[in-house]
Design a protein around this ligand. Structure first.
Ligand SMILES: [Zn+2]
Ligand SMILES: [Zn+2]
Length: 217
């Protein structure tokens, strides 16, 4: 079953927000809705998509700031999914105050992600990979059929997520990458929460953090 993925760069921090569409049913999910998401909402309406889910890789404010707006604009309301490890962060506004921002609190999550959970979007199946280290409840959402992983702030082109925020843990983040990301096929497209898309194959040869990981094996 084929998925179509649309990318948007939104909000004051230039977050990547992804719109994932199951081609067969035109059912859709939004990954990490950032603030000022008009462009995203217009696209959902223009394509007449049924927005079933908001999937959150983690609950930092820049990744959840658009939840309220997307829910308000959707009828029926999409279900919100988050790993319970980030629930407290979610309800506290995602740490926005640390950065001088304020975030309209999102509706409470309907679905609690767990490791290796299967997600159904129309006729497509995706898989949740628990990848803590950047935050306590960070997940990666992987579509084998689309050969794509939504990595949030776990890994970026040439870099990795910061681990100096509350709940961050460098060793845990590296372990998440080693166990969950390095286990994916090298051609897997990595779509991160910030910055350009990449592939695991490219990162294996050019990302200094991954090179260190491989040397230590
Ligand atoms: Zn983050
Ligand atoms: Zn982020």
């Amino acid at each position: 079953m084929a998925l179509t993925i649309h990318s948007f760069v939104l909000g004051p921090l230039g977050n990547n927000t992804y719109l994932v569409v199951d081609d067969a049913t035109q059912k859709a999910a939004v990954v990490d809705p950032a603030s000022y998401c008009d462009e995203l909402l217009v696209e959902i309406r223009r394509r007449n998509l049924q927005l079933d889910y908001i999937w959150l890789t983690h609950a930092h404010f820049d990744h959840i700031a658009g939840v309220h707006e997307v829910v308000q604009a959707s009828e029926p309301a999409p279900q919100i999914a988050l790993h319970p490890g980030d629930l407290e962060l979610y309800h506290s506004g995602g740490g926005a105050s640390l950065f001088g921002f304020s975030v309209q609190p999102g509706q409470p999550p309907d679905i609690h992600f767990e490791d290796e959970q299967t997600l159904l979007l129309g006729q497509s199946k995706l898989r949740v990979l628990f990848t803590p280290g950047h935050s306590l409840g960070h997940v990666t959402i992987y579509s084998e059929d689309a050969g794509t992983a939504f990595c949030g702030d776990l890994i970026f082109r040439g870099s990795i997520g910061r681990t100096d925020l509350p709940g961050g843990d460098y060793n845990q983040l590296m372990e998440s990458i080693r166990q969950k990301i390095l286990a994916l096929p090298p051609e897997t497209r990595l779509l991160s929460g910030h910055g350009p898309a990449t592939t695991l194959a490219v990162e294996l040869v050019s990302n200094p953090y991954l090179r260190n990981l491989q040397q230590h094996e």
